[in-house]
Write a protein of this length. Structure first.
Length: 156
């Protein structure tokens, strides 16, 4: 069965957004309870900002994935697997941080996530420069999230 480009776009964005939805399962109850009791670093944004930012980032990730998926590159299967690895790391961060309340373990995951995103950007760039650029806001936000995660670990 051949999937048309519109269906590919919807699937790619849907899979990316689903990763975010799975993460919220662990954050909803943890934010007003456990997370609100933590000592926060300077530059810690208000809790309400994370939802809109991640929704936009998952949308950009989905579009990026779609651009690679619809390409004629012989390498697309391999680089899509790399995208999947970073998406899994992204998805497991929330249950580790919020669910298990393990700031240190989440910090280890975010280091691996950061590296996987960089590799994804570099490999996507070989297929679509636009796909790679669409991931730049994501790596920027994860870099900031690393700072927050690290400082929460230090302060708590």
């Amino acid at each position: 069965m051949r999937i048309n480009n519109t269906a590919k776009l919807l699937i790619a964005v849907g899979i990316s957004e689903l990763a975010g939805i799975l993460g919220t399962v662990f954050t909803v109850s943890a934010i007003p309870n456990w997370y609100s009791t933590l000592t926060k670093p300077a530059f810690n944004p208000p809790a309400w900002i994370f939802g809109p930012v991640w929704t936009i980032l998952y949308l950009l990730m989905g579009i990026s994935l779609w651009l690679v998926w619809k390409s004629n590159s012989k390498e697309k299967s391999r680089v899509i697997w790399l995208f999947a690895v970073q998406l899994v790391l992204n998805t497991v961060w929330s249950p580790i941080f919020f669910g298990a309340q393990s700031i240190g373990s989440a910090l280890a995951v975010i280091v691996l996530l950061w590296a996987a995103i960089v590799l994804t950007i570099l490999t996507f760039r070989k297929i679509s420069k636009t796909a790679a650029w669409l991931l730049v806001p994501y790596i920027a936000w994860v870099s900031f999230a690393f700072y927050l995660n690290y400082m929460l670990w230090v302060l708590n």
